[in-house]
Design a protein around this ligand. Structure first.
Ligand code: SF4
Length: 320
């Protein structure tokens, strides 16, 4: 089948749009969607100038999503001194997984000449995920611990870098899954938080949080297209799955959305369009209603509890 836009051979059929795309036009289309999202979300602050650039901290795992996002950002801002890109890789201590993806992350950062730092759970919390899974003091999925530790480090290092934005490589499938999970759990407060944390344009949410604002410029691009882009661009990515990936509920939602998308192309896009509108309304309704933020008695970090969740979990693991 030929490309819809030229006479080259198509490498992808995007059923949701009806387009058949060749290598050249698929890559151009992915890049265009990322740049449009950066524009529409107002990511580049009005105050950013070549003399006073913004720092964007990219969470770089070495997997396809963060590497593709990093590559498009590096190309986009190569000639634009208003944005300085730095990258952070978090090593969770997962044998046979993170070492390989760290190699990919380092190779990518070297290739792009992006300043790159690696932080480990071992150094920061004196624990590794392999040990957390073995002890499991709170009888939770591995990702529930790991997510708390990772969010803490991303926020801490974003502050330490003086970053203006914290960027992560969530794709359309990730975001549609999160949206569906929040809907099915009836968690409107979580939807409000999701909007304030990373959806929608900055002017609408930048004053709602005292944390470094987050952004997901890859969130319009389906996972399959991200993987194809990484392959076609010959980017150094680590494709293996984490052995502790254990969010069973997310797996069920992933399969449900996959089946729906097969039968009704465009489902993920329509879920996100409606969800974003709804999450925005929820955010407006909840704004100012949240519990007061204070300081953790142990680490001094910002929290709504006496002892923050990170300290609770690290203490529980060490005591187990
Ligand atoms: Fe951590 Fe879960 Fe991701 Fe593995 S899949 S790195 S345990 S959040």
């Amino acid at each position: 089948m030929d490309c819809t836009k030229c006479d080259r051979e198509a490498v992808l059929h995007a059923a949701y749009s009806g387009a058949h795309l060749c290598e050249h036009h698929l890559r151009a289309s992915v890049e265009k969607r990322v740049r449009r999202r950066i524009r529409e979300d107002g990511l580049i602050g009005d105050d950013a100038t070549p003399q006073n650039p913004e720092t964007w901290l990219l969470g770089l795992s070495g997997g396809k999503d963060s590497v593709v996002l990093g590559s498009i950002l590096a190309d986009t801002f190569a000639e634009d001194p208003r944005i300085e890109l730095v990258a952070l890789t978090i090593h969770e201590g997962i044998k046979g997984y993170r070492d390989e993806s760290l190699d990919a992350a380092s190779a990518f950062a070297d290739e792009q000449e992006i300043s790159h730092e690696v932080v480990t759970y071992a150094d920061e919390f004196d624990l590794e995920m392999d040990r957390v899974v073995e002890k499991d003091p709170e009888n939770m999925a591995a990702c529930a611990y790991c997510g708390v530790f990772r969010r803490e480090l991303l926020a801490e290092y974003a502050e330490a870098y003086g970053a203006d934005k914290l960027l992560t490589g969530h794709n359309l499938d990730d975001e549609a899954q999160t949206a569906m999970m929040n809907f099915l759990e009836g968690d409107v407060a979580q939807m409000a938080k999701h909007f304030d944390a990373s959806l929608g344009p900055f002017p609408e949410r930048s004053e709602s949080t005292e944390f470094v604002p987050r952004a997901k410029p890859l969130r319009d691009v389906p996972e399959k297209e991200v993987a194809l882009y990484a392959h076609l661009a010959d980017l150094p990515v680590h494709m293996a799955e984490c052995p502790h990936s254990s969010e069973a509920y997310r797996g069920e939602i992933q399969q449900l959305l996959f089946d729906l998308e097969e039968r009704h192309p465009g489902t993920r896009h329509s879920i996100m369009a409606g969800y974003e509108e709804f999450a925005k309304l929820a955010a407006e309704a909840y704004r100012g209603d949240g519990p007061d933020l204070g300081e953790c008695e142990r680490c001094g970090g910002t929290t709504t509890r006496e002892i923050c969740r990170t300290c609770q979990l690290t203490e529980a693991v060490h005591a187990a």
